[in-house]
Design a protein around this ligand. Structure first.
Ligand code: PLP
Length: 390
């Protein structure tokens, strides 16, 4: 009766089952996987946020396929770093989340059975999203050698095989790698040569951690023929429950930009997915909530990253992979067990939860991922406790 596109393999795995069992037994767990910012004790800006919704403007409905102009103006002015007000609200679309924006873009660009090029490792959503959109996921590889590098050969291989778009995550999740300036030039060259757009997910762009000297800025003013840049409140100020994301269309060839906007208008008009209340209060959120929360999250991720650097020296059995930005870090554990075996052992023996690297398609064995959003004392305790189990 139902279609293949909505059938996904079960989400349970050895690790999730073990955690369920430990929780059912009432085990006291230090959860280093927590990446929901509303569950990490980040309360800065909460009072200001609540006050903003006492607003009679939210009672009127004036739909606009791209999202209300006041909201798009606020995004253009406050949500892209270092753009000096050059982003035009006319080239912005609002959606309820980046997943929705991805889905519209995949269907805008690909026919059924066509492919998009995605990074590996990256966060685990794309296979299902692609299947839902009848699109084939093709992967290019990121390689770690003191820093993460895009394997350009694998990008070109995908393009030669017919991929219709290149997806970049800037900075990556969980790699934390920003696109380097040299990589950006090469990606623009390849995108032009193969006449494909870039889709750039910048949800973590506001969260640098270290060594961002050679990293590219936002792609929102990119000079490629067509670039779609994604962001959202979910990460920009750690408020996923507000359900507001955006997509900026940019490019040097107006023909392509105009055509993309015309078609996205058609699609967005079918859904009108963003609620009026959040759009009405967005300008105020940008002024009185966003800076406070962003600063609080930055302080949190940077503090936890410093703790990690202090606790894990280069010659310890556990090391961390350098991460330039974002909310997570990859740890390298001794290569005597798989990542899943390590995650199970740490959960059962140390009561510390980490995510096995295979969740993110990390090819190397014995890599696990921890969240930098965790409350700092718990974070340090979790790292020390797991460390003492080696
Ligand atoms: C790189 C990246 N993009 C997008 C998302 C989803 O963001 P949203 O809440 O806007 O759908 C995530 C979620 O973790 C993510 O890691």
């Amino acid at each position: 009766m139902f279609t293949e596109r909505t059938f996904y393999p079960s989400c349970s795995n050895l690790f999730s089952l073990a955690v369920e069992e430990l929780r059912a037994r009432g085990a006291d767990l230090i959860d280093l996987t927590e990446s929901n910012p509303t569950r990490c004790g980040i309360t800065e800006g909460n009072a200001e946020l609540l006050a903003l919704f006492q607003n009679s403007r939210i009672l009127r409905y004036e739909p606009d396929s791209r999202g209300m102009l006041v909201a798009r103006e606020a995004v253009a002015r406050h949500c892209f770093l270092d753009t000096d007000g050059k982003v035009s609200p006319e080239r912005l679309f609002l959606f309820s989340g980046t997943s929705e924006a991805y889905a519209h873009l995949f269907r805008l660009i690909c026919g059924a059975g066509e492919a998009v090029l995605l990074p590996a490792p990256s966060y685990p959503l794309f296979d299902e999203l692609c299947r839902y959109c009848d699109v084939v996921p093709m992967y290019y590889t990121l390689t770690y050698d003191g820093s993460w590098f895009i394997n350009m050969e694998s990008v070109e291989r995908g393009l030669l095989a017919g991929a219709k778009a290149i997806v970049l995550i800037h900075p990556g999740n969980p790699s934390g790698a920003f696109i380097k300036m040299t990589e950006r030039a090469e990606l623009n060259r390849l995108a032009d040569q193969y006449a494909v757009p870039l889709i750039v997910d910048e949800v973590f762009h506001a969260y640098p951690l270290e060594n961002t000297k050679n990293c590219s800025g936002s792609f929102v003013m990119n000079t490629n023929r067509l670039t779609f840049t994604l962001g959202g409140l979910s990460k920009l100020c750690g408020l996923p429950q507000l359900k507001l994301a955006w997509l900026a269309v940019s490019g040097t060839e107006t023909k392509w930009v105009d055509e993309a906007i015309y078609r996205l208008d058609n699609v967005a008009d079918l859904f009108l997915s963003v609620g009026t209340p959040i759009q009405c209060v967005l300008p105020d959120i940008c002024v009185s909530v966003l800076p406070i929360r962003q600063e609080a999250i930055r302080r949190r991720t940077q503090e936890n990253y410093r703790v990690l650097q202090k606790l894990l020296s280069a010659d310890s059995p556990v090391t961390y992979l350098h991460t330039e930005g974002g909310w997570s870090v990859i740890l390298r554990l001794p290569q005597v067990r798989s990542c899943e075996e390590w995650a199970l052992l740490l959960a059962r023996e140390a009561g510390v939860l980490v995510q096995p690297g295979y969740f993110f398609d990390i090819a190397e064995p014995s890599r696990v991922v921890v969240s930098l959003l965790v409350e700092p004392q718990r974070f340090a305790e979790g790292i020390v406790t797991s460390y003492s189990n080696f």
